[in-house]
Design a protein. Structure first.
Length: 389
């Protein structure tokens, strides 16, 4: 049952059984692929995107809040009564609340300083209304105490007051909590912490490089990225998610290796060479909430070599159609020219014919598409088959 030639790129969600810790995931996926191949839907150069969540679950890649406390204590040389600075964490119960609990366990007789950005965190979760933020900036406020903002800090989507939530998480572990809002990363040094965790995602290295000469500093990626440990990831705590009351699931480890092994098993079983992606959050911004969905460090945690660092470019169809139509060319002539331009532009320099299609990493595009089909639709389809890539 091959798709008709007039069908362009498309994605199909593949339903699977429940993936449990320790499941033989490659065998489970291969079983579904055999059905797809039997139905004539699998072709060379298709792409298969597997959500990072089921890969990490099958790997049993979990840690506890107690282990987070031990890890950050070791990395930052903390004592139970020290002050720990936490710079620019995102506002998320799923992504950060358990990490914060673990950090507070590291200094149960000390203090946690949390510096938040405004009006939003780095992925677009609103902390305070933009007009309130601008008014404070106009008045010359560089630092805003949490106590001054309590009534303004209800998240417009989740209705959670993250200042209160984060303070309560810290104090429940016995530590003192001090939260404030400032977009100037240097302010955290005014509180004289013994160590600073750069808890931001996409700007973590920039802030680490500016702080590490003044205080012991690490990023979320530096915690649990040791391959000698039972649970670890190249991304450390980046990309981790809440699993249970005190347990966090890390991003998968060796995701490239998993993708390549799965590709080989599918090739051996079906004779079809397809590309494989281990996908996380898609790289897109929700137009209604303004939230930038990429809370993972990147859209694709792992890929097969055929996708790695390749750029997706196309021709600027609207420009070419209008230009050649104005030159008096027929519909058939325009179609033939566009087909030739599409082939000619592969791998070439960016020119006017392609400027309508900004070059992007193919792995980012495909992982984002898969996330929209699977994760954002919550469709129970952790594997996505993408055709005509």
């Amino acid at each position: 049952m091959s798709l008709p030639e007039y069908v362009g790129p498309c994605a199909f969600g593949i339903k699977m059984g429940v993936v449990l810790p320790g499941s033989d995931l490659k065998s489970m996926i291969k079983s579904e692929i055999m059905k797809i191949n039997k139905d004539g839907l699998l072709e060379d150069n298709d792409a298969l995107c597997v959500t990072e969540s089921i890969v990490a679950r099958a790997q049993e890649n979990y840690i506890t809040t107690e282990e987070i406390a031990e890890e950050v204590t070791d990395k930052l040389n903390l004592k139970p009564n020290d002050t720990l600075g936490v710079l620019f964490p995102i506002l998320s119960r799923n992504r950060f609340s358990l990490i914060l609990e673990g950090l507070a366990k590291a200094v149960p007789r000390g203090k946690i300083i949390v510096q938040l950005s405004h009006p939003d965190d780095e992925v677009g979760n609103q902390l305070i209304p933009p007009e309130k933020s601008q008014a404070l900036i106009d008045k010359g406020y560089n630092v805003i105490k949490a106590e001054e903002l309590e009534e303004d800090c209800i998240h417009p989507i989740t209705n959670v007051n993250y200042l209160k939530l984060y303070r309560d998480i810290i104090t429940e572990q016995g530590a003192e909590a001090e939260l404030f809002v400032s977009n100037d990363y240097r302010v955290i040094l005014d509180y004289h912490p013994q160590g600073v965790l750069c808890a931001d995602i996409h700007t973590r290295e920039e802030h680490r490089s500016k702080l590490e000469s003044k205080v012991i500093t690490c990023t979320l990626q530096d915690l649990f990225n040791d391959s000698s440990k039972e649970s670890w990831s190249e991304w450390g705590l980046l990309g981790s998610n809440m699993s249970s009351d005190n347990k966090l699931k890390l991003a998968p480890y060796n995701a490239d290796e998993f993708a390549c092994e799965l590709q080989k098993e599918i090739l051996d079983a079906t004779g079809k060479k397809i590309e494989v992606i281990i996908g996380g959050d898609g790289a897109y911004k929700d137009p209604s909430s303004g939230i930038y969905e990429l809370a993972d460090p990147k859209p694709a945690f792992g890929t097969t070599p055929g996708l790695r660092q390749h750029m997706r470019e196309g021709v600027k169809y609207k420009y070419l159609i209008d230009m050649y139509h104005n030159q008096g060319k027929s519909e058939k002539e325009i179609q033939e020219i566009i087909a030739k331009e599409s082939e000619k532009k592969k791998g070439k320099n960016h020119e006017i014919e392609t400027e309508g299609t900004t070059p992007r990493k193919i792995e980012d595009i495909l992982a984002s598409l898969a996330d929209l089909v699977s994760g954002s639709a919550d469709a129970g389809t952790p594997v996505i088959l993408i055709k005509s890539i």
